[in-house]
Design a protein around this ligand. Structure first.
Ligand code: ADP
Length: 686
């Protein structure tokens, strides 16, 4: 336990570090996953933008190729060309102007897109058109080079784009395309188409690509030439570029797309990962709480166990558990101390146990068999004798109870064993001293009675003496001896001597110390023993003694000597209490009766007509050495109560209401009835 306490804080610190590491790792994992998911999504957006740029480039390329085919289909006759050119311009909005030039580059015919005049700023548009023309004319050298290259290629050739202002800072980025006109392999001239770069984006790029994107033609260095679409400049932008390599000119198509806000959950994957991570953390927290709860429960259990062990170890009561087969499954240190055997010598032992005295082995075997057959022992326990390892015997009090497990099933027997050998020794000592006190009390009583005794003995002795004197006189004087008279006198002498002997014997019987033992005695026998002494005192104080209901009462199981002492004490106190009562009213009434409420008890009452007991005196009545008499020892009543209580009965007193006028006191005590049942009860008067 101590080592566990020592490593506890270290272990706790380690546990905290582990938890911290786990939480940090999960947090790092979560952040990494979100970052990776975000990155993945950004890459997706970029590749989408690049794919869109590539689609846009191929759309433009395809549109330009289609346009070349339409332009090649134009009929090169002066009558037809304008009409055909107008048709082409109407269906191809991206072409702003068409020119037919001869092989020497002279302008034969030209046509402008009808849509340019549709704009509200018509004036600005026409200015732009003339500016375009001027530009073309002005740049004819450059255009001629383009056309010559077209001729060389026998296909379309494109000029670098240029800005054509329309005023107010506005303008168009235009690009010329030159197509050589060949008829039956013969060079007929050139067809020049002027493209608006923005028109190319609007007309040729698939609307699906245009939606939600900003499309732009840029130069390789990034300069924007034409833009289509509304740029949202908030949030994150992803761009894709694609080269549009045209014969004679290279443009870059750039696609910009946005994500309006940086999302916390950029996509489903991230959301899923985040959700799973949160679930993981929640599970970890729940697990953590569960572990904390378990640890707390473990700690509490450990403390409870340690407390129980300390309790069991410090108990002075021996504890022993046996299973259903009678094998010892547990003993506490107190039990080992009692018997002198170690726990290892006792555990698993079966009857006969090593602490059973050999002489009682059979009895204990039977007792154990009864117990194992499921017979419940008495709640108040039973006395037994155990043997120490050194062979000495000692008395124990054993309390046994069924051992019930958590499921409510009996798994054995639990016993608590108390060493009562010391208690027995003390009881023996106290009994012996009690006996000595009793003997002293009897002697003291006799001391008090010595004068009464001398008075009582005086009469028979005087009678003996006078009969003896008379007989002697008769023997000396008479010539003839009256035989009857002598024998009569001698008989009277013998009678008086016997009477004196009886008085002395009764005193001797009472004073003689008898062995204390419980026996079944008839109440009458108890009174017979003490009545001569009671009568002695009663006669002196002129008290009448009345005994009631003595015959026919059941025997009582008592220590005879002690109970006789109680009767004598109470009778003597009663007689003495009546010294101030008018002689005619001095009555000592002793009665015995069965209690109907508890038939196991017999009630004795000693009633007097004395002065009664005042409240002040009543409080101290049973205190040893309390006496109101000049020569009193004050031990009588306390002794009486001890004796009665030792027999399991009780002693009480109350005012005597039995007379004409209430007077005196009644002392009442109970004694246990012997097992033999005697029902008859007759009234016997003195
Ligand atoms: P002792 O008789 O030596 O005084 P007891 O213990 O027998 O000692 O009695 C204690 C006191 O109780 C007596 O001194 C007396 O005052 C009182 N007492 C006992 N019995 C009676 C009685 N029947 N009536 C009145 N007083 C009594």
């Amino acid at each position: 336990m101590r080592s566990l306490l020592a490593i506890w804080p270290r272990w706790l610190a380690r546990r905290h570090t582990l938890w911290l590491a786990l939480v940090l790792l999960v947090a790092a994992l979560l952040v990494t996953l979100i970052w990776l998911a975000g990155r993945y999504e950004a890459e997706q957006m970029i590749s989408n933008a690049e794919r869109d740029a590539s689609d846009a480039a191929s759309d433009v390329r395809a549109g330009l190729t289609r346009n070349v085919q339409s332009l090649q289909a134009l009929r090169t006759t002066l009558g037809q060309w304008p009409q055909d050119a107008q048709d082409v311009l109407r269906s191809r909005r991206e072409i702003r102007r068409l020119e037919w030039r001869g092989s020497d580059f002279e302008k034969i015919a030209s046509a402008s897109s009808p849509y340019q005049l549709d704009t509200p700023a018509a004036e600005a548009a026409s200015a732009a058109r003339s500016a375009e023309l001027a530009l073309i004319d002005g740049a004819s050298g450059e255009l001629q080079q383009v056309c010559k290259r077209a001729l060389r290629l026998s296909g379309p050739s494109y000029a670098p784009s240029h800005f054509s202002p329309v005023g107010a800072g506005l303008g168009h980025e235009l690009m010329e395309m030159c197509l050589p006109l060949l008829q039956a392999g013969k060079h007929q001239g050139y067809l020049v188409a002027v493209y608006s770069l923005q028109g190319l984006l609007i007309e040729l790029v698939n609307p699906a690509v245009r939606r939600g994107h900003e499309l732009a033609f840029t130069e390789p260095d990034g300069t924007r030439l034409a833009i289509y679409g509304q740029a949202q400049r908030t949030g994150r932008m992803f761009s894709g570029q694609q080269l549009l390599d045209l014969p004679g000119n290279t443009l870059v198509i750039r696609v910009d797309s946005w994500r309006s806000k940086p999302d916390l959950f950029p996509n489903v994957l991230t959301a899923l990962v985040t959700f799973m991570s949160i679930a993981l953390i929640a599970v970890l927290v729940l697990l953590g709480r569960d572990i904390v709860r378990r640890l707390r429960a473990e700690r509490e259990l450990g403390e409870a166990l340690a407390f129980r062990k300390a309790m069991e170890d410090s108990l002075v009561t021996g504890l022993r558990a046996r299973d259903m087969q009678g094998r010892i499954s547990y003993v506490n240190p107190a039990f080992c101390n009692l018997t002198g055997f170690g726990a290892h010598e006792l555990l698993g032992q079966q009857a006969p146990m090593p602490y059973w005295p050999p002489e009682l082995m059979d009895e204990y075997q039977q007792r154990q068999a009864i117990r194992l057959s499921g017979h419940l022992p008495a709640r108040e326990g039973y006395e037994s004798v155990f043997m120490h390892k050194d062979g000495s015997r000692f008395s124990v009090l054993v309390f046994e109870a069924p051992l019930i497990d958590a499921q409510g099933l009996q798994t054995g027997w639990m016993s608590a064993i108390l060493d009562i050998s010391e208690q027995r020794r003390m009881e023996e000592l106290s009994r012996a001293s009690q006996e000595r006190v009793q003997a002293s009390a009897r002697l003291a009583t006799m001391g008090e009675m010595a004068s009464l005794l001398s008075h009582e003995l005086n009469q028979p002795l005087a009678a003996i003496s006078s009969f003896a004197t008379g007989t002697v006189n008769m023997l000396e004087n008479a010539s003839h001896l009256p035989k009857e008279d002598v024998s009569h006198a001698l008989a009277r002498i013998a009678e008086q001597a016997e009477r004196a002997g009886k008085v002395i014997k009764s005193v001797h019987d009472f004073v003689r110390r008898r062995e204390s033992k419980h026996e079944d005695v008839a109440p009458k026998a108890l009174f017979d023993a003490v009545m001569p002494l009671v009568q002695l005192q009663a006669r002196k104080l002129h008290v009448r003694v009345q005994l009631a209901d003595l015959d026919g009462q059941p025997d009582v199981r008592v220590d005879r000597t002690m109970v006789e002492q109680v009767l004598l004490n109470l009778a003597r106190n009663a007689i003495q209490a009546m010294h101030a009562t008018p002689r005619s009213q001095r009555l000592l009434h002793i009665r015995v009766r069965k209690l109907s409420a508890s038939p196991k008890w017999l009630e004795f009452s000693v009633a007097d007509r004395g002065q009664g007991i005042e409240e002040e005196i009543a409080k101290q009545l049973f205190t040893p050495f309390f006496s109101t008499k000049a020569d009193g020892m004050g031990l009588g009543l306390s002794l009486c109560r001890t004796v009665v209580e030792q027999h399991g009965g009780f002693l009480r007193f109350e005012p005597n209401h039995s007379g004409v006028s209430p007077r005196g006191t009644v002392f009442v005590f109970t004694l246990p009835v012997a097992f033999t049942d005697v029902n008859a009860a007759t009234v016997v008067a003195d």
